[in-house]
Every structure is written in structure tokens, then in C-alpha cells.
Design a protein around this ligand. Structure first.
Ligand code: SF4
Ligand code: SF4
Length: 216
């Protein structure tokens, strides 16, 4: 090692030390953001986008939007979801698949959100309720559809009223209206013809001159 290499390494080390101490000094005076949990439970604010627990929202009629299609189960990368369906007969005699039980093993979930993104019915979502610690693994196997709940029926579109004779004729009466408007423009184009009137008076002047000539 030469003398220049020795001093070069020495100065680099001192510069690195000063840089590190500067960061430490700044952080020493920065306001602290440590959460005093659980003492601050009442005022603790968790971000809405924090994924803590998969839930299936039910409305006031105990109805959910899950059609038991199983797409979320197919897209879950580690088998966290288990959709159990059953077939029932509707009032008009048709067979229909409905949700029987929807199981979600929270202990297996990686909170990747793939199930929520791929659900075509927006039937599931993540809540930010983060206090989910339990003493046994079995308590992490949750059933998301409530007891006695059922699928929310989609509202049938209201039939459109049949067009009456009066409503059918109304458009015909309105369509010819623009044609008269176009006809009204033509008289405006004919206005310059009025300006040619003084040109008729000009030939009269020579007639007066002719009279004087005859008198002479
Ligand atoms: S968040 Fe991911 S791992 Fe958890 S249930 Fe949904 S798809 Fe499965
Ligand atoms: S939660 Fe959505 S994707 Fe999963 S079974 Fe129900 S409707 Fe299908």
C-alpha cells in the first residue's frame, strides 16, 4: 500500500463517518411515530386499504351477492377458500346452484387480494379489522356466509312501455320542421334585388336632356 492509497482510504472513512452521523443527528430531532398500542386503541387509525380479514357483506335482509361460482376458490394460490354449493329447485321448476357454506382459512391467507379482484359479483372484500389473534388454529377457519342467509336476487329490468300511436306520430310532425326554416333563408338572398331599383331611375335623366334638345 502506498502513502497516497493510505490517506485516500483514511479520508473516505472519515467522510463516511460524517455522513452516517449526520443521518443519526437528523433522526434524533425528528418527531417519533411509535404507536403506543394497545393503550391508544381508542384513537388508533388503520388505513382503509389495510387487508386484515376477508368478509362477505350481508344487507339488512340477510342477503349476500355470492353466486357460488367458485372463481375466488380457483384463483386463490394456496387453497384458503372453500366454496360449498348445493342445487335447489326454483318456483318455476328450474334447478339452481346456490351457496351453502363459504369457508375462509385466515391462517392460510397471504392477503394477496386475488379473490376479491376476480370475484365477478363483488361479493367479498377485505376489512381492516386487524385484531385477529386467537389461541387455536381452528378458530381461524371462518365461515363467511351467515346462518340462514341467501343470495340477493338481481332486480329485473322494468318493461319499457309500448309506443302508442300518438307517440309514434310525434316525431314525424317534428321532422319536416327544418325544411321551412331553410325556405326562410331564400328571401334574405333576394334582398339585393331591391338595391337595383335606383338603376331604373338613371335612364330618366337622359330623357330630360332629350326634351331640352328638342326645345332648342
Ligand atoms: S387474499 Fe389471496 S390467499 Fe387470501 S383468500 Fe384471497 S386469494 Fe386466497
Ligand atoms: S365470492 Fe365471488 S367469486 Fe367467490 S364464489 Fe362467490 S361470487 Fe364466485
Amino acid at each position: 500500500m502506498t502513502v497516497s492509497q493510505y490517506f485516500s482510504g483514511l479520508f473516505k472513512g472519515i467522510a463516511s463517518l460524517i455522513k452516517g452521523l449526520t443521518v443519526t443527528w437528523k433522526e434524533l430531532w425528528t418527531p417519533k411515530i411509535t404507536q403506543q398500542y394497545p393503550e391508544n386503541r381508542a384513537t388508533l387509525v388503520i388505513s382503509d386499504r389495510f387487508r386484515a380479514e376477508l368478509v362477505m357483506p350481508h344487507d339488512e335482509n340477510n342477503e349476500h351477492a355470492c353466486t357460488a361460482c367458485g372463481i375466488c376458490q380457483m384463483n386463490c394460490p394456496n387453497g384458503t377458500i372453500k366454496v360449498i354449493s348445493k342445487t335447489v329447485e326454483t318456483e318455476d321448476g328450474k334447478k339452481k346452484k346456490i351457496l351453502d357454506e363459504y369457508h375462509y382459512d385466515q391462517g392460510m391467507c397471504t392477503f394477496c387480494n386475488l379473490c376479491v379482484i376476480t370475484c365477478p359479483s363483488d361479493a367479498i372484500k377485505f376489512e381492516n379489522t386487524f385484531e385477529n389473534a386467537v389461541f387455536t388454529r381452528g378458530k381461524l377457519d371462518l365461515r363467511l356466509n351467515r346462518e340462514g342467509s341467501k343470495m340477493r336476487e338481481k332486480k329485473k329490468p322494468e318493461p319499457k312501455p309500448a309506443p302508442t300511436a300518438a307517440t309514434a306520430e310525434a316525431p314525424k310532425a317534428e321532422t319536416p320542421a327544418p325544411k321551412p326554416a331553410a325556405a326562410e333563408v331564400k328571401p334574405v338572398a333576394e334582398a339585393p334585388e331591391v338595391k337595383t331599383a335606383p338603376a331604373v331611375e338613371e335612364p330618366k335623366a337622359p330623357e330630360v336632356k332629350n326634351d331640352t334638345e328638342t326645345k332648342e
